[in-house]
Write a protein that binds this ligand. Sequence first.
Ligand code: GLU
Length: 421
Amino acid sequence: MTDDLLEEAAARFEEACEHTDLSEDTRERLRRPISSLKVSIPVRMDDGAMETFAGYRVRYNDTRGPAKGGIRFHPRVTAAEVTTLAFWMTFKTAVMDLPFGGGKGGVAVDPKRLSVAELERLSRGYIAAIADVIGPDIDVPAPDVATNELVMGWMVHEYGKIHRGHQPAVVTGKPIALGGIPGRSSATSDGAFQVVREVRGRVLPDANDPSVAIQGFGNAGAQLASRLAEDGWRVVAVSDSSAAVHDPGGLDVVKLREHKTDTGSLADAPVGEPLEPEALLTLEVDALVPAALEAAIHEGNAGDVRATVVFEVANGPVTAAADRILDERGVEIVPDILVNAGGVTVSWFEWIANRQGERWTEATVRARLEDRMVTETRAIVELADARGLRLRTAAYVHAVERLATAIDATGTTTLFGDGTS
Ligand code: GLU
C-alpha cells in the first residue's frame, strides 16, 4: 500500500465529515495517528544466520478506549499500510460501538518462507520490541493477514514473561487454552454472514438463486463460502493467491476446503474449471466478495465489475477511485468497517472474559455477535435511507458521530481552547 491509499482513506473521512456537523478541532484530532512505532527485529534463522525484519505498531486513536487491531505478516507491509489499517480500525470499533479505539501492527516478512521455529522467534521478538506501547488498557493486538491463534499464543506468553505475570487481555484471538474464546476463529465470517443476511432483501431483492464469487480463500473467505453455500447461495468462483476455480452451476465448497487444507492452495483443485484469478472480479454474479488484500478493485478494473453488490470482507479492497466508478455504475457496496467487524467484536468478548476471569460459551458468543451485527447494520441502513447516503458514507457518518461525541466529552478543546468556556 502506498501513501496514496492513506490519502484516499483520509479523503473518505473528509467526505463523511461533510454529512456531519463535526467541529474542525475534532476533524483535526482524527487526521493523524497518536503514535507510530517502527522497530527492527533481529531473528536467528535455523541455519545460524541473523536476519532483521521491520515491524510496526500504530495507535491511531484511543479516545473511545484502548487501541485495537490486528498484526499482519506480509512482505508488502509498510508504515503507510499499517497506518491506514489502524485508521480503518478506529472507525470499525466505533461503527460497532465497542469500547476501543483503532490500532494496527505488521511485520514485513513472507511467513511462508519461515520455519515454525523461526516464526515463533519472530513473533516473540516483535512483542518484545513493542511491549512498551501495548497493554490491556493501552493497545490490544489480534490476528490479521497470515497470523493466527498459534502466533497470538506465542505473543501473549512473551508479553507475560516480560511483565512477569499473566496478562491474557493484552492480545485477543488466542488459543482457548491460553484465554481465547470459542467462536473467535469464525467470527469474521460469522459477522459477514449476518450482514449479508440482513441486507440481502435490500440489495438483491429479485435473486432467488443468488450467485457469489469470492476472492481470497483464507480464514474469512473459505468459512464465508461454506456459510453462504449452506444458506443456498451458488458459490460460482473462488480464488487464493495461487489459483482460481469456476463453475457457474456452483462449486463444492467442502471439497475445495479439504483440498486447500491438504495442499495449502487451490491449485489443481478437484472441482470446477481453472480461471485467471483477476477474471473472478469481473464475472457476472449477484455478489462479489473481495476477502483478500487491499485495493483488489481499482480504477483499472472497476469498470468491468459486473456484480450487483460488493461485500467488502477484506479491509479496504475497493480504492476510492473504484468506489466512485462502482457508484456511478449503480453497484452497491457494503463496506468493510461493517462487513468484517465480526472479528474485532468477538475480540471484545474475549477481552471482557479475560478481564473478568470468565469463560464464555460458544452459544453466548454467537448470540451476542448476532445482536451487535444486526443492530449496527440496521442503524446504518436507516441512516443511509434517512439522509440519502451510500452505505459506506452512512457507516462512516455513524462512526464519526460516535467518535466526535467521545472526543468532545474529553473536554480537550475546552482545556486547550481560548480558556473562556
Ligand atoms: N484483524 C481483524 C480486523 O481487521 C481483527 C482485529 C481485532 O480483533 O482486534 O478487524
